[in-house]
Design a protein around this ligand. Structure first.
Ligand code: LHQ
Length: 261
């Protein structure tokens, strides 16, 4: 697959999407949003992709909506329609993808660029990364999932502060807030992300997809419902060949070889 605004490669079972509009800090244009959706859908369906990584070229992860394109198109498409048509389907596909997703945050993540990072399962940030809920700075509200994911990750008080003041926080603060999993030296970012992703790629793929479903469902439902849902998820996991292989490998004192079946 060839793209105008992205690079895409599969390496050792890890799909890597690289945003490639570095002159605009990888701000999202309509073309880029369409291409992102296409590549995320392809990655979700491709069994050779065990883990999906998202990162950016240059000094930005993504600055969110390309405001120059937005200004040029103003009137042609209202914001609500823009979100429904471009952002929401992308975010839904990324969030619900039944394989692990890792945002490798190489630089500034602003507005919907930050929302996209929040929709991944893991965030590994370079020490040069910055985060800004830029929406309020232009009189807008957080979109693309931030009103839901930000308070889940950092708690309501901090989410309110970030969303209402629109201040920029650095990687160290993001780690203290629980917004990112790890902070690493900028020149080691992709190496660390690949090591982390290889560890995920060695696990049983169906189990990871089911774990994600269980954890996603968790907070909106009560404990008793979680117990009942775990019964369904576990029965599904237990019916896989990978489960049988995992038990066999344990008995034989060897590393399991998981195939995704
Ligand atoms: C940009 C952008 C950008 C274009 C930097 N667009 N060029 C959804 C639906 C519909 C409409 C509205 O929005 C949404 C959701 C959203 O995402 S709303 C939020 C949109 N994003 C923003 O408001 C962030 C705007 N950018 C910034 O505040 C700063 O650029 C940040 C804090 C990200 C980085 O600051 P600096 O490191 O100081 O970089 P810079 O401002 O100098 O930017 C570098 C270049 O990138 C510059 O271009 P130039 O030609 O002057 O070198 C910027 O114009 C361009 N750029 N963000 N969103």
């Amino acid at each position: 697959m060839d793209f105008e605004t992205l690079e895409w490669r599969i390496q050792e079972g890890i799909g890597v999407i690289v945003f490639n509009r570095s002159h605009a800090l990888n701000a999202f244009t309509n073309t880029m949003l369409k291409e992102l959706r296409q590549v995320v859908e392809a990655a979700a369906k491709d069994d050779t992709v065990r883990v999906l990584v998202l990162t950016g070229n240059g000094r930005g992860f993504s600055a969110g909506q390309d405001l120059k394109e937005h200004l040029a198109n103003n009137g042609a498409l209202n914001i609500g329609e823009h979100l429904r048509q471009y952002y929401n389907p992308l975010m839904e596909r990324l969030y619900h993808m039944e394989k692990p997703t890792v945002a490798a945050i190489n630089g500034v993540a602003a507005g919907a660029g930050m929302s996209l990072a929040l929709a991944a399962d893991f965030r590994i940030a370079s020490d040069t990364a910055r985060f800004v809920q830029a929406f309020v700075r232009i009189g807008l509200v957080p979109d693309s999932g931030s009103t839901y994911l930000l308070p889940l990750l950092v708690g309501r008080a901090r989410a309110m502060e970030l969303a209402m003041l629109g201040d920029t926080i650095d990687a160290k603060t993001a780690l203290a807030y629980g917004l990112v999993n790890r902070v690493v030296a900028s020149d080691a970012l992709m190496e660390e992300v690949m090591t982390f992703s290889r560890a995920l790629a060695r696990q049983a793929p169906k189990a990871l997809g089911l774990i994600k479903r269980g954890i996603h469902r968790g907070p909106e439902h009560g404990f008793d419902e979680a117990l009942a849902y775990e019964v369904f998820l576990q029965a599904t996991a237990a019916s896989t060949e990978d489960h049988a292989e995992g038990v066999r490998a344990f008995m034989e004192k060897r590393t399991p070889r998981f195939t995704g079946h």
